[in-house]
Design a protein around this ligand. Structure first.
Ligand code: G3P
Length: 217
């Protein structure tokens, strides 16, 4: 499973990239808005300078012509920009038009399997089911990932399932078990992947035993 970080914060991106296992970045308008005093395109450019894998930059327009115009500006930022589009009628049309031009898209705000089927037919590079937001409304985010995996495998669709709105380690494990191609997660979830109290206590004991046996190093 590929690992992306879901943030527009440069320090967090650099910290995650330093681990050596970061494959890409996803942003959205809300995440970039949290970064005070930065311009939307300038921040995407800065991110693309740190991470060479896919960096999703989202359009703001909600109608086809506006999306296409914004996409043409976004792809000028860097060669690894992926145009993120809402999964609506206009978004689907833009996805098809951009895919036909060889431009990579990430179809966002996916909450049910038929949205995933449609964007795959339109040639999306990535599709973003929001699992945490489904769990928030007492639905089952992981069930959506499983259904999408089944549909894509049934027909050999190559669109990558990018699990988004991942809130904790359990989500991340379940995404890997369900066959999500990518998980995009906050830095806190990336860090938590390496946590276990038995690792900490085991390491402490190794170091203590060594120091007792070899007091002179
Ligand atoms: O990038 C979109 C997505 O990951 C949002 O997550 O936690 O706001 O539902 P969240």
């Amino acid at each position: 499973m590929e690992l992306y970080i879901d943030t527009a914060n440069l320090d967090e991106i650099k910290e995650a990239a330093a681990l050596g296992v970061l494959d890409g970045v996803t942003t959205n308008p809300s995440l970039i808005a949290k970064e005070k005093g930065v311009s939307y395109h300038a921040r995407l450019k800065e991110i693309c300078e740190v991470v060479k894998g896919p960096v999703s930059g989202e359009v703001i327009s909600t109608e086809f012509n506006g999306m296409m115009k914004e996409a043409s500006e976004l792809v000028k930022i860097a060669s690894n920009i992926v145009v993120k589009l809402p999964t609506t009628v206009d978004g689907l049309k833009a996805c098809k038009a951009l895919s036909d031009q060889g431009i990579k898209t990430n179809m966002t705000l996916v909450f049910q399997p038929l949205q995933a089927l449609m964007v795959a037919k339109a040639g999306a590079f990535l599709v973003s089911p929001f699992i945490g937001r489904l769990d928030d409304v007492a639905e089952d985010g992981m069930d959506l990932i499983q259904r999408m995996r089944q549909i894509y495998d049934n027909y050999g669709f190559r669109t990558k399932i990018l699990a988004a709105s991942v809130r904790h380690s359990k989500h991340m494990v379940d995404c890997a078990l369900a066959g999500a191609d990518v998980a995009t997660v906050p830095l806190s979830v990336i860090k938590a992947t390496l946590n276990h109290p038995l690792t900490d206590s085991g390491l402490k004991k190794f170091v203590e035993d060594y120091k007792k046996a070899f007091p002179n190093g």
